[in-house]
Design a protein around this ligand. Structure first.
Ligand code: HEM
Length: 487
């Protein structure tokens, strides 16, 4: 009992101390909630539901679009203001990126997400150069289309769409990174990756968390497998002058004299960054379209016209992609409503004055894209899936001005290097979905947002295949990958 009393007094003391310290600053208004816990539980329970909006809405209504809270053990400033979000994104020196300990440990210190300064700049632009429209047009589009069709060929009449989408995006990223076609090695690597990702949202203490222990073990296995690939490639490039057109090739030729460990961390993180995000957007686009039959019908029409221009299973051309106008409205609207990355996390490197307030040095800052994307001031009837709002020829009132208010891929020096790639993958996936299948949901499923955005049941659907659409493509030659020899 005495210990309990002492504990309560200690908490009250801490609470008062904190009040005195912050009273001197013009902090953004808000509530720090209870000591230690702050408002974490309210936030988690909101994001675990299918309607997390009230958590931010209530505070925005009470305090304005920049407010203070206390989540995950730290005082945190939330921004639901597009201008402030832009300022945060553009000013890396004032707001450095900040990931929870579990994520940083599992990604590895050389991953792009954790690099800083000039090396970050260089590696960011290298990643961009392997995901931009030129490389997609000349090289990746063919493989994106081929791997999507190959996967769809093997689908039964009932699939968990989220699982299938994950398989596709993983195989695509492996192709982009190291030119491997899918096989048992890729699938085994993917299984280990899923364990690594599970560890992202646990406490980073192996002693307390079995999930974290498993994640660390899986990370070691993934790193070992990738190290073998890097070594093999170094050997090959010593022997032959032929350079592979992939990210690994570019890393080895970058002139940076990167160590194996640096390359492995970099590749490991890139595989994670594109995997969950793109597969979730593919699944949610199908879910939203299923729930909006008029949009689905218009999308089908657009893609039937593309098919009518060539053989049913002919590979998609860049000009086909460029002609997918309504598809781009679907892509934008899915990104806006789904908010796969609903916010980015930063830390103030110094006291920062912004909009009449001071954000103290060391405080966490959350720039919420979700709050902007779902705000009726910026998007009319913001919570409705309405792809037509992106059509230029539509009622101009409904067309949002994308500057600042539409940032699904972030911005500034950490702008998602996969932004173009993700759009193309989703467009090709939609093309093959609507021209090959019709479908209905197999069960009711709902979207939740914590710890990541996903559907609870992985979106099971029942498919009806059009007879003429089973293609006869095969996987490419894997003999040059050296994997069989190494494993
Ligand atoms: C729909 C799909 C995707 C969405 C919504 C998305 C969103 C984002 C966002 C918002 C950021 C900025 C994070 C920040 O500022 O802290 C980001 C960063 C990043 N994304 Fe994506 N992304 C997607 C797909 C991809 C793909 C396909 C790749 C693979 C090339 C990728 C690779 C990365 C990497 C490496 C970063 C870190 C950049 C850095 O810190 O410099 N993403 N992504």
């Amino acid at each position: 009992m005495a210990y309990f009393l002492f504990f309560i007094i200690f908490l009250v003391f801490l609470f008062l101390l904190r009040k005195i310290r912050y009273a001197k600053l013009r902090l953004p208004p808000g509530s720090l909630g209870l000591p230690f816990i702050g408002e974490t539980l309210q936030m988690i329970s909101a994001y675990k539901s299918d309607n997390p909006e009230p958590f931010i809405d209530k505070r925005v209504n009470r305090y304005g679009s920049i407010f203070t809270s206390h989540v995950f053990g730290e005082p945190t400033v939330f921004s639901a203001d597009p201008e402030t979000n832009r300022f945060i994104l553009m000013n890396e020196k004032l707001f450095e990126s900040s990931y929870p300990g579990s994520i940083s440990n599992l990604l590895g210190k050389h991953s792009l997400l954790l690099l800083k300064g000039s090396l970050h700049k260089k590696m960011h632009s290298l990643t961009m150069s392997f995901s931009n429209s030129t490389i997609i047009k000349d090289h990746l589009l063919f493989h994106i289309d081929r791997l999507i069709r190959l996967n769809m060929d093997s689908w039964s009449d009932r699939v968990l769409l989220m699982e299938e989408a994950k398989k596709i995006t993983f195989e695509l990223t492996v192709k982009q990174l190291m030119s491997f076609d899918p096989d048992e090695w890729t699938e085994n690597l993917r299984k280990e990756y899923m364990l690594v990702i599970n560890g992202f949202f646990t406490l980073p203490f192996p002693l307390f968390s079995a999930t974290y222990r498993k994640a660390i073990k899986a990370r070691t296995k993934v790193a070992e497998a990738l190290t073998l690939v890097v070594r093999q490639r170094r050997k090959e490039s010593d022997i032959s002058q032929e350079k592979k057109n992939d990210i690994l090739g570019a890393l080895l030729a970058s002139g940076e004299q990167l160590l194996d460990e640096q390359i492995v961390d970099f590749m490991l993180a890139l595989l994670i960054a594109g995997y969950e995000t793109t597969s979730t957007i593919m699944t949610l686009a199908i879910k939203f379209l299923t729930e909006t039959p008029l949009a689905l019908a218009q999308l089908k029409e657009e893609h039937e016209q593309i098919r009518a221009r060539s053989e049913p299973e002919a590979p998609l051309e860049w000009t086909d992609y460029k002609s997918m106008e309504f598809t781009q409205c679907i892509v934008n609207e899915t990104l806006r409503v789904a908010n796969i990355i609903g916010a980015v996390f930063r830390r103030a490197t110094t006291d920062i004055d912004i909009k009449g307030y001071t954000i103290p040095k060391g405080w966490k800052v959350i720039a919420s894209f979700r709050a902007v994307h779902l705000n009726a001031e910026h998007f009319k009837e913001a919570r409705t899936f309405n792809p037509w709002r992106w059509q230029n020829n539509n009622n101009s009132e409904a067309v949002p001005s994308p500057v600042n208010v539409f940032t699904p891929f972030g911005g500034g020096p950490r702008l998602c290097p996969g932004y173009e790639l993700a759009r193309v993958v989703l467009s090709v996936f939609l093309h093959r979905m609507v021209t090959r299948f019709s479908w209905v949901p197999a069960e009711e499923d709902k979207v939740v947002f914590f710890p990541t955005t996903r559907t609870l049941k992985r979106y099971p659907i029942i498919l009806k295949r059009r007879e003429e659409t089973r293609s006869s493509i095969g996987i490419g030659n894997t003999a040059d990958t050296g994997r069989q020899k190494e494993n």
